[in-house]
Design a protein around this ligand. Structure first.
Ligand code: PLP
Length: 377
């Protein structure tokens, strides 16, 4: 199998899966229980929080576990705007955010908030000047992704947060770092953002676990009420197997960050150079991208058909984000990519466990599709 759809989700790392099993069968106590089993579960929870915080480059008390990236994003967006709504109703975001952000903002628009959605340029970049020009006296919140999930473009969230704070010191800034976590160092983002959302299943942990970083001194209304877990921010008995499996993945990714990034950069260069040299109808979408995501259009070859041909060759990529379920990419549309290149775009997303053989298999499968579809014309 040649799995190149790691931005949709990743295979669980072996140590991460083992840890989940160990937590389910040995340390299965409730961390709120006062007996020995509870105490050992609590101790596992504490060390897991430290490991996740380490990958952020922050302290453990700033990390709140959630069930996924979507929950983290919703907690930040609704928590921040609920806190600040009396000081203004204007929000800044972009047209290329994940639907977790866009749908939450849409809900706020229905409740009287006004959102300015910034448009990327043809290369997928959101301009800092556009961000600055969108700032208003009544801006209370901004939410911008660190890395785009379809194209891999990296946005200058640190500069945007600085610009927001310089004009409106009380406004809050959220970063969706679901696609950059464990790939791009996060400590500088932690020093400038008020909230950072991440998700376990994008970095080799199981599905069902995420985290929200909240800056020291920033308080928001919780999303879930109950037993007061997660320092009152997110009630509900902690999912120790998932939390500890996530922590295991964070440890492994942190220990190998530079090595992994260098390795994936090599794979990316090989992929992009080979694809562009081999197929004259191919073109790369986006600039300033991280090496984990390549969005390539194969003009004339419809992505849905190519996905099926690739699947027959045991090669798995996607045509856009997993959540878009085959709809036309709103990200590439916002970038003003021509329709024929949107219809023929494939997202190839890498992880450190991929090999050169996976890339070769992808190129060979595209050749098969290319020959089959173009000879039909
Ligand atoms: N934000 C981005 C950029 C994503 O790519 C995703 C998932 O694809 C999410 C948020 C949602 O994360 P989750 O699937 O953990 O809810």
């Amino acid at each position: 199998m040649h799995y190149l759809d790691n931005s949709a989700t990743t295979k669980v790392l072996e140590n991460s899966a083992k840890k989940a099993y160990e937590m389910m069968t040995c340390h299965f106590g409730n961390p709120s229980s006062v007996h020995k089993l509870g105490i050992s579960a609590l101790s596992e929870l504490k060390s897991a929080r430290i490991s996740v915080a380490d990958l952020f480059g922050t302290s453990a008390d700033r990390i709140f576990f959630t069930s996924c990236g979507t929950e983290s994003i919703n907690t930040a967006i609704f928590g921040a705007t609920n806190k600040l709504h009396k000081r203004g109703k204007h929000i800044i975001s972009t047209k290329v955010e994940h639907s977790a952000t866009l749908k939450a903002l849409e809900k706020l628009e229905g409740n009287g908030f006004e959102v300015t959605y910034l448009t990327p340029n043809r290369q997928g970049i959101i301009s800092l000047d556009d961000f600055k020009n969108a700032l208003r006296e009544d801006t209370i919140f901004a939410s911008v992704m660190h890395v785009n999930n379809e194209v891999g473009t990296k946005f200058d969230v640190v500069a945007m947060s600085k610009a927001l704070k310089a004009k409106i010191p009380h406004a809050l800034f959220h970063v969706d770092a679901v696609q950059s976590f464990a790939k791009v160092p996060m400590s500088e983002v932690c020093s400038h953002a008020d909230f950072i959302s991440v998700s376990g299943h994008k970095i080799g942990a199981p599905k069902g676990i995420g985290a929200l970083y909240i800056k020291k001194g920033v308080s928001i209304t919780p999303y879930l009420y109950g037993g007061g877990q997660e320092n009152g921010m997110r009630s509900g008995t902690e999912s120790l197997p998932l939390i500890c499996a996530f922590a295991e993945a964070c440890k492994e990714r942190k220990n190998n960050l530079d090595k992994n990034n260098k390795y994936v950069e090599g794979l990316y260069d090989y992929l992009v150079n080979t694809a562009l040299e081999t197929f004259e109808n191919s073109s790369l979408n986006g600039e300033n991208t991280i090496p984990y995501i390549a969005n390539i259009s194969f003009n004339g070859l419809k992505s849905e058909v190519m996905l099926r041909i690739l699947q027959d060759c045991d090669v798995y990529v996607s045509a856009g984000s997993a959540c878009s379920k085959g709809k036309k990419s709103y990200v590439l549309s916002a970038m003003n990519v021509p329709h024929n290149l949107i219809d023929s775009a494939l997202r190839i997303s890498l992880c450190p466990e991929n090999t050169k053989e996976d890339i070769d298999a992808f190129i060979n499968a595209v050749k098969i599709g290319h020959d089959r579809l173009l000879t039909l014309k």
